[in-house]
Design a protein around this ligand. Structure first.
Ligand SMILES: [Zn+2]
Length: 284
């Protein structure tokens, strides 16, 4: 593989394991969600955020995605509840998208690919540093939100308007006073499972909270996202599109068991729960 990983045929997801062995690990993300196999786990709690819009700092184009970075030097913008053992700090959010509206998400739901997927990355401050949290199974919590084509999302436009300042790889600009909870859908129902980062080195440290309800954006808004370039200013322009990793094997993951009584018949001892590795929480 080329020195730098990417999404092209010579350095794309099929090659990542050559430099990053985690990529063939047992708990890789994304996965295909099959909703009929997902168990309802009544022990799961509702989640909430208390984000401080003032903790937003910068927006950048690293040639692989656009990312908004937050001040995470203290407990400023926090995520709590859900499947999490404690509070987590917001560090950054970024997106994955396709070359057209009919694909681009990393997770799929009953075979459906959404136009894009937003990832809000939080880390567990009990591990003192983000770097240390990356080594822990419960070190990172990511809220994943699907983007579906429909009505324009006004709050998303604030973010999209900033992309003009970071058109090419390596550009960074101030991006302040932004509370990303304005992007959240109305319904807080989520699926959760134990997985990994979807980019190298694909560390297996993520508790995923995938929101069931997508956020709606317009086709024009998606086009704006695709106007970013993966090339640097002094290079021939290459559109930044197709920065998604396809679903990974579930293998024998059984991270959390559904509550007794929800199961119906238990699988034979030692048998995996096959696809029921993710769990649904619904608000009452
Ligand atoms: Zn991501």
């Amino acid at each position: 593989m080329a020195k730098e990983w990417g999404y092209a045929s010579h350095n794309g997801p099929d090659h990542w394991h050559e430099l990053f062995p985690n990529a063939k690990g047992e708990n890789q993300s994304p996965i295909e969600l099959h909703t009929k196999d997902i168990k309802h786990d009544p022990s799961l709690q509702p989640w909430s955020v208390s984000y401080d819009g003032g903790s937003a700092k910068t927006i950048l184009n690293n040639g692989k995605t656009c990312r908004v970075v937050f001040d995470d030097t203290y407990d400023r913008s926090m995520l709590r509840g859900g499947p999490l053992p404690g509070p987590y700090r917001l560090r950054q959010f970024h997106l994955h998208w396709g070359s057209s509206d009919d694909h681009g998400s990393e997770h799929t739901v009953d075979g459906v690919k959404y136009a894009a997927e937003l990832h809000l990355v939080h880390w567990n401050p009990k591990y003192n540093t983000f770097k240390e949290a990356l080594k822990q199974r419960d070190g990172i919590a990511v809220i994943g939100i699907f983007l579906k084509i429909g009505r324009e999302k006004g709050e998303f436009q604030i973010f999209l308007d900033a992309l003009d300042k970071i058109k090419t790889k390596g550009k960074e600009a101030p991006f302040t006073k932004f509370d990303p909870s304005c992007l959240f859908p109305a319904c807080r129902d989520y699926w959760t499972y134990q997985g990994s980062f979807t980019t190298p080195p694909c560390e297996e440290c993520i508790v995923w909270l995938l929101l069931k309800e997508p956020m709606t954006v317009s086709s024009d808004q998606m086009a704006k996202l695709r106007s970013l370039l993966s090339s640097a200013e002094n290079e021939p322009p290459v559109p930044l599109v197709g920065n998604w990793r396809p679903p990974q094997p579930i293998k024998n993951r059984v991270e959390r068991k559904p509550a007794i009584g929800e199961l119906g018949s238990l699988p034979p001892s030692g048998a995996p729960y096959s696809k029921s590795i993710s769990f649904l929480h619904t608000e009452q």
